[in-house]
Design a protein around this ligand. Sequence first.
Ligand code: HEM
Ligand SMILES: *[C@@H]1O[C@H](CO)[C@@H](O)[C@H](O)[C@H]1NC(C)=O
Ligand SMILES: CC(=O)N[C@H]1CO[C@H](CO)[C@@H](O)[C@@H]1O
Length: 332
Amino acid sequence: MEVRRSRSLIMLTLVIMVLTVMGNFRGYDAQLTENFYAETCPNVEFIVKQSVSTKFIQTFTTIPSTLRLFFHDCFVEGCDASVMIASPNGDAEKDSDDNLSLAGDGFDTVIKAKQAIEAQCPGVVSCADILALAARDVVVLAGGPDFKVELGRRDGLISKASRVTGKLPQPTAHLDELNSLFAKNNLTQLDMIALSGAHTLGFSHCSRFANRIYSFTQSNPIDPSLDSNYAEQLKASCPQDVDPSIAIDMDPVTPRAFDNAYYQNLVNKKGLFTSDQVLFSISESQSTVQEFANSPDAFNGAFITAMIKLGRVGVKTGSAGEIRKDCTAFNS
Ligand code: HEM
Ligand SMILES: *[C@@H]1O[C@H](CO)[C@@H](O)[C@H](O)[C@H]1NC(C)=O
Ligand SMILES: CC(=O)N[C@H]1CO[C@H](CO)[C@@H](O)[C@@H]1O
């Protein structure tokens, strides 16, 4: 009886060990590493940083457009540069309605950096990794925190506008919707709040929040969660029925600095989108917003953690996907 018991215990232990080892191998295979190109392209970080800085000197838009491009890439089909693909038929991922406002400068940043990389280490560095590095570099250029980027992503083989639907958050989204969309990408509410801090930079077209200043409800055209002076300013910048190409700063206080002003704005009822303001108006997330508003260090730390997790979403590694030669086209 005793012997049989201990035998089956040994068997069970062995089975668990084998499963653990198999699991580790799989995990190892799929894991990104910070020094992935140490042998094959040791200067990759430097080359990308130089290229991004050059582009930044030409236009500030480099910063917000590149950061947002990384987010959109990761949320649809994973961080695999599928958003970079240009289709002659206009039906690639970037052609979807949700991508309509992705600024061309973000694409150009990656294209330029890829050209610089190809000149020194051809055929080795993925566009997905270049975008991940460039997203970090623009945060630093805007005065945000520096951090190490994990590498080893491969470029995806699918890029379809029809597959974008429902995968990107809408500015009208409420907390539950934001949480469930981010959870699908292995990101927590804390990660979601920290990543939303990216709205400390960049621009939004008036159409994305017009409902909050003109047509909130029949009796209450202005969203009551919006500061009334700020609402008046927004109406002045965005008159009804005019040029749909007008875009305004999302952070009205320090639009060009990567800082925690975004959270202070939320506390002051100056969040531009419903999806921004709900983070403070709903009690479940309010304390995190308050903490980030009080402490740049708390925000920066959470932002770094969340960016690293964002960079792991749906990645292709090993022999999956490909290393694209031209970021805007699949290798043929
Ligand atoms: C939480 C849910 C989010 C929603 C609903 C959302 C929505 C939007 C919308 C509607 C715009 C304005 C686009 C336009 O009209 O041109 C925008 C801009 C932007 N978003 Fe988000 N976003 C979210 C999260 C994020 C995340 C996680 C990041 C990056 C980490 C990010 C980075 C940006 C940046 C940098 C811009 C400015 C783009 C530019 O100036 O070119 N957003 N976002
Ligand atoms: C989320 O994490 C799990 C476990 O590590 C992984 O299998 C899954 O692919 C991840 N999902 C995404 C979208 O990255
Ligand atoms: C930057 C970019 O490629 N934007 C495209 C997004 O999608 C629309 C169509 O839905 C295109 O017209 C834009 O050129």
